[in-house]
Ligand binder design. Sequence first.
Ligand code: SF4
Length: 335
Amino acid sequence: MSDTTKKPVLQVKNLQTYFKTDDGIVKAVERVSFDLFIGQTLGIVGESGCGKSVTNLSLMRLIPSPPGKIVGGEVLFKDKDILKLSNAEMRSIRGNSISMIFQDPMTSLNPFLRISTQMVETIVLHQALSKAEAKKKAIEMLELVGIPAPEKRVDDYPHQFSGGMRQRVMIAMSLSCNADILIADEPTTALDVTIQAQILELIKELAQKFHTAVIMITHDLGVVAGMCDNVCVMYAGRFVEKADTDSLFGKPLHPYTQGLINSVPRMDKTNGGKLFSIEGQPPNLINLPDCCSFHPRCDKAMDICRKKYPQLTEVEKGRQVACWLYLDKEGTENE
Ligand code: SF4
């Protein structure tokens, strides 16, 4: 568990990322804020298209522009706003201080280059090591992530590894430069269930070993429950609930969070043989109305929900929710 009395390594304040399309402006990320601490694993959870990945690509300044643009907010990494850094300064942060693991390692590894070439290049680029030293470090990292005979496998090509082993290589590469922050974007979705568990365990173990803060992007609440200290639930580009993991699962506040948790199949709750699902579809992010965007799918919706957006507000110590059920009509917390 992280020590949140310390200063955060990353502070995201009111981040806004929009995409200009022929049909209008897509507000993919709207006023998202969070703090991340060394040693903490923060989960960002929500359905596909809710803005989780765009949030994290924004942190890395990897939004394709055009059509995308970060239009507002601050991303303070060790007190420096990385949105204001030059491209050269940003390149030195990417991969060095903040690393990313993607869903499908084949899209991140170059299929034409040996693993050694790719790892050595990354290590030499970010650390003051010779090529020989970098290769030694690459072998050490491969050993650490459980690649058998790493001194031989380091010279293999990506296609000579299984999916799970490729993801291990990606983890080795991401952590080879002692990153402060590791962003894992659905890192196990492309893997089968047993390998998923091993990869998650490995990320957890190595994050502890290297004191790395982790942002885990996932639609899988099982991953959140097993891995994360804190959770941000995202819907239609905004955070609608923030809590520590135990509180969130023990007593979800937002109706969307409740729906997500109820949608997880459970052996002890059969729901008459039917699986629960949240009715309806996520909204189109173009021209979202300025009210609760979950209201068409919410069975607790009230008049005010269709008129005014409920601001994310602290309703209990360490818990924030954006829902009129917990706020008075002025948008402040209900007694
Ligand atoms: Fe449901 Fe209203 Fe809360 Fe939105 S604000 S989640 S519509 S109760």
